[in-house]
Design a protein around this ligand. Sequence first.
Ligand code: ING
Length: 305
Amino acid sequence: MPRVVRVGAAQLGPIARNEPREAVVERLCTLLHAAADDGCEFVVYPEAALTAFFPHWYIEDPRELDAYFEKAMPSGPVNRLFREAAERRVGFYLGYAEAAETANGRHHFNSAILVGRDGSIIGKYRKVHLPGVDHVRPELPFQNLERLYFEVGDLGFPVFDAFGGRIGMAICNDRRWPEVYRLMGLQGVELIALGYNTPLFNPDADQSPELRIFHNELCMQAGAYQNATWVVGVAKAGVEEGVHMMAGSCIIKPTGEIVAQCKTSGDELAIADCDLDACNEGKRSEFDLASNRRPELYGALVETG
Ligand code: ING
């Protein structure tokens, strides 16, 4: 029985900083309905899919900052997304800002959840690789204050049994680090869902938009190929509160080839049938990690520098 999952990469255009959750959920549901009508079983939304990417500016008022965080998942208007997805038997990945109450107080993470076709939350991931800085850089046209607003994720890089296979998650900057894919590859991951909010302009390097887009695809294609896994990378794109963010949401097969890609910078679906058994060829040959890696030597290589 082939293990084919029809996946929808549900790219979002900009979300305004004052856009009500209800209006955003309406957009998410519109994409969900279109995906369901086209037979999708799994929809991948971007990082920070419920709000504007608020780390792009400094927020002095703690109440204003707090309003960007979800205190529970789901809650309020987001319940509609869970309900309508479950009614259509569609699971999803959703990126959002998480306020987590723990025994030692409240913690803030850049998080994502994996939701099954019955509407239950299968697992959660909290972004580990936080780019940017924890202070304002007034000379820049926009900020990246993720290190001020979020803590480093504390859930590791789990891989979950879902949709008939092994499903992992990452968020944005995580996709640039080979370890992220490999840590999930070592757990047998067959599809990695990841959302991103990525400016076309890098304030810390002289990179053209074309080079930024090349890097975006390069890191995800390499991660897919080198771990024989599907990768679904989904953007929040367009000019959001003055920041021009790249689009290019895509579905990448275990050979590293892009099989579906969004063409616009707005709300758009790209759909592909992801045959999870297509991972087997790579996992049983050039990327048979158990047979072909030499971890017993890697430490020595690092020590000798
Ligand atoms: N965004 C960016 C990313 O890694 C970034 C951060 C900006 C990196 C500019 C390099 C240059 O795609 C997030 N949200 O991680």
